[in-house]
Write a protein of this length. Structure first.
Length: 344
């Protein structure tokens, strides 16, 4: 399927360089096996493009103007071609923005039921369209939030398939989240005010658990078939819905802190060179590396996750999947680190 990535400052403060760096790393990890397209949005910008996640396409200025950013790495399913950018995430319709991981099996039937004539073929857009239309039809004298909850309930009752969904109400600047039992998503609170989230829990293990502040990361458990909104420093449960897909056993996710995948912690030292500091910060631990006479950085034992980084250095890097060796032009590596803010 796809992956969704989240960084959210619950104090409503603008994201800083560290927050943006972590978001970039999440997008890089999500791109490894989900590279048909990528996109992201916050309260100021919505962007999407076909193909691999490209660092240069991030608007760093606007990313820092908001207190959150939500990204999407797409693995195209169905007949919605990723080359046609309108089929990629995020999707915008009326006051709402949506990203979705999963597959809606009855997409065709739902499009016919709602008389959809849009050129966008992605099943995710169908969900957004349904929510928006159900919201518009509601003439009751209740709050906007309650109308949105009702629209989500009416929509999910009709969905047959899998879904993990972020819905953003642009008018009220409010983020909602809901999922059924056929998908996975992990939330964690970092340093009491940064909410992070990802489809693959290993992404959080990889980025955060080798950090000095790892004791300040706390996983937030969520329930299937419930609607949440991000409220202050927590996910607030605001509704429950009936999943039209029926009863399914949820994913048995491994929790944060599993040690079967990640390397041992690397103890930070003040004497580390700029290069070693950058390597550790980018990969989460100190990889085995060397610099050859041609000013190439050679990183060994690069598995599927780490090897995916080569896409962000374009023609200046090569990854030998069989030998698990990543070779990067040293100047290119340092330039990217400086752009990310890894190098002070």
């Amino acid at each position: 399927m796809c992956q969704i990535q989240l960084i959210f400052n619950t104090d409503k403060e603008k994201l800083n360089n560290t927050d943006i760096n972590e978001f970039i790393k999440l997008m890089m990890l999500g791109n490894v096996n989900n590279s048909d397209s990528f996109g992201y949005f916050n309260s100021f910008i919505e962007y999407k493009d076909s193909g691999d996640f490209v660092l240069e396409n991030l608007d760093l200025r606007l990313l820092k103007e908001s207190n959150f950013v939500i990204g999407h790495n797409r693995y195209a399913t169905g007949n919605a071609e990723a080359k046609k950018n309108r089929n990629n995430h995020p999707f915008i319709f009326n006051d709402f923005v949506l990203v979705h991981n999963g597959v809606i099996d009855n997409n065709k039937e739902l499009r016919n039921k709602y008389n959809m004539r849009h050129k966008i073929k992605t099943d995710s857009f169908t969900v957004l369209y349904m929510i928006s239309k159900e919201f518009e039809k509601d003439n009751s004298r209740i709050s906007r939030e309650k109308k949105i909850i009702k629209a989500i309930k009416k929509t999910t009752k009709q969905l047959d398939g899998s879904y993990s969904i972020f819905l953003y109400d642009r008018r009220e600047d409010q983020v909602y989240y809901f999922k059924n039992a056929m998908t996975s998503f992990t939330f964690a609170l970092l340093n009491h005010n940064i909410l992070v989230g990802t489809t693959d829990y290993q992404n959080l293990n990889y980025i955060y658990l080798n950090k000095e502040f790892k004791q300040d990361i706390q996983e937030i458990k969520i329930e299937d078939d419930h609607i949440y909104k991000i409220h202050k420093n927590k996910l607030k449960q605001i509704g429950k819905f009936k999943d039209g897909s029926g009863k399914y056993e949820g994913y048995d996710n491994k929790r944060l802190g599993s040690t079967d995948f990640w390397a041992d912690d690397f103890e930070t030292s003040k004497d580390l060179s700029v290069l070693e500091f950058s390597l550790k910060d980018m990969f989460g631990f100190m990889p085995e590396y060397e610099v050859n006479d041609n000013k190439q950085l050679i990183i060994r034992e690069c598995n599927e996750v780490l090897g995916g980084c080569y896409t962000y250095f374009k023609e200046n890097a090569e990854w030998d999947r069989e030998k698990e060796v990543l070779t990067i032009d040293l100047d290119s590596f340092l330039d990217v680190c400086e752009k990310w803010g890894i190098i002070a």
